[in-house]
Design a protein around this ligand. Structure first.
Ligand code: PLP
Length: 408
């Protein structure tokens, strides 16, 4: 790696700069990232870390993938940005690809997940007003959900810790408090324009929704002429061992949001909609300066090609089953593991207070994870990890749990 001037700073200087000049929004761990390669991240002292978090479901292809590096260089020299006033070859091509793999009909590109959710909410309200004027404004959302931090997305993110200081939020949002068909039936009415869900809740602690519940959601949306919106920003694009998590439920949403791993680290999000909502955004209804730029879209096309050519979704499914089975076996030996949840490479280990301690101790041993919802050890490894990496992780976790349990 070539030296860069910022890397001349020592960790304590970096921390001091951030403390002085940044809003204190992030509680960072003491990992000072220098560079990455394959499944590894290296800190500024050269220590190597096995990455089992993938930049929170972003780095699905790990670090320094040569094909992505080539696209970055080539397209970086050719055209990074040209504005949405003009055409370039990659936005339509990426929309076509995403429409084909998802069964949707139309796409709109954003820079982030929360913006994809905002666009989905605008589609929902627009659909409602086309169908019933002002009589269909209600958006249903689930308890324990996370959809982002801009005002619309925050309004359907039903966790007090995110919402409390920012109220009042967007009106006509109603929360379904239980994942039961009964609760859902009570929540629906003709006033509902959309029901939003994460098939597997991510920030909420890796919580797969019950199959009967999601299916009932689809049926109720049909009955009440409402849209089913699947937020697959964390769980989509191969993460669960299928292209999209909704496939595990044998339902199709009307609207689908994506981001995170779409361009495997370069910011890009998308909202996709089926034919039902194709008219819900018309000229001037929505827009963005950066969304869908040539570099981002070309990168995403390359990401999807690599995932398909290398058979990575099947690999996530197979290796994910092995990892989950081994974790369940480990739960027999370790009282701190209360439950193992998830699919593919989206796994949560419910551990109570031990979760944060496990994250810290794993980091000391050179493995990156995090704690979602305080009590859940969350694993979102890159799709390119191999069985030997899984075994290394399992051995480290076993050792860490022994340490924690013997200290308790
Ligand atoms: N929706 C889900 C399910 C997410 O997991 C996230 C981020 O964690 C978001 C939306 C927001 O995405 P972003 O952080 O890119 O705005």
């Amino acid at each position: 790696m070539e030296k860069d001037s910022a890397i001349e700073l020592k960790p304590e200087d970096i921390q001091a700069l951030e403390e002085k000049y940044l809003f204190a929004t992030y509680k960072r761990s003491a990992l000072y990232c220098s560079h990455g390669s394959g499944v590894y991240v290296y800190d500024m002292s050269g220590k190597r870390y096995l990455d089992f978090l993938g930049g929170i479901s972003v780095n699905s292809l790990g670090y320094g993938h040569p094909r992505l590096a080539r696209v970055l260089t080539e397209q970086g020299q050719r055209l990074i940005h040209c504005s949405n006033l003009f055409y370039h070859p990659y936005q339509g091509a990426l929309a076509k690809k995403l429409v084909e793999v998802s069964g949707m009909a139309k796409a709109f590109f954003t820079n982030s997940g929360t913006e994809a959710v905002e666009a989905a909410l605008k589609i929902a309200r627009s659909y409602g007003s086309i169908r019933a004027g002002s009589g269909k404004p209600v958006i249903l959302t689930l308890k324990n959900s996370f959809h982002g931090r801009t005002f619309g997305a925050l309004s359907i993110t039903t966790q007090d810790k995110y919402q409390a200081p920012f109220r009042p939020l967007v009106p006509d949002i109603e929360i379904v408090e239980e994942f039961t068909v009964d609760a859902l039936e009570k929540a629906f009415s003709d006033r509902v324009c959309a029901f939003v869900l994460e098939p597997i809740q991510g920030e909420g602690g890796i919580v797969p929704l019950p199959e009967s519940f999601v299916r009932a959601g689809r049926a109720l949306c049909d009955r009440y002429d409402a849209l089913l919106i699947a937020d697959e920003i964390q769980c989509g694009l191969g993460r669960t061992g299928k292209y999209f998590a909704f496939e595990h439920y044998s339902v199709k949403p009307d609207v689908l949001t994506l981001a995170k791993s779409l361009a495997a680290g370069y910011p890009l999000g998308a909202v996709l909609g089926n034919a039902r909502v194709a008219e819900s955004l018309g000229p001037g209804d929505h827009g963005t300066t950066f969304g869908g730029g040539p570099l981002a879209c070309r990168l995403a096309l390359e990401v999807l090609d690599i995932i398909e050519e290398e058979g990575l979704i099947t690999k996530v499914d197979t290796l994910g089953r092995y990892l989950i089975d081994e974790l369940k076996n480990m739960a027999q030996r370790h009282r701190s593991i209360r439950e193992v949840r998830g699919l593919g490479f989206m796994i949560g280990i419910e551990m109570g207070d031990a979760a944060k301690e496990a994250v810290t101790r794993l980091l000391d041993k050179g493995i990156i994870t995090n704690a979602a919802h305080e009590t859940v050890l969350r694993l979102l490894p890159p799709f390119i990890i191999e069985k030997k990496d899984v075994d290394e992780f399992l051995a480290a976790l076993d050792a860490v749990l022994k340490e924690i349990e013997s200290a308790a």
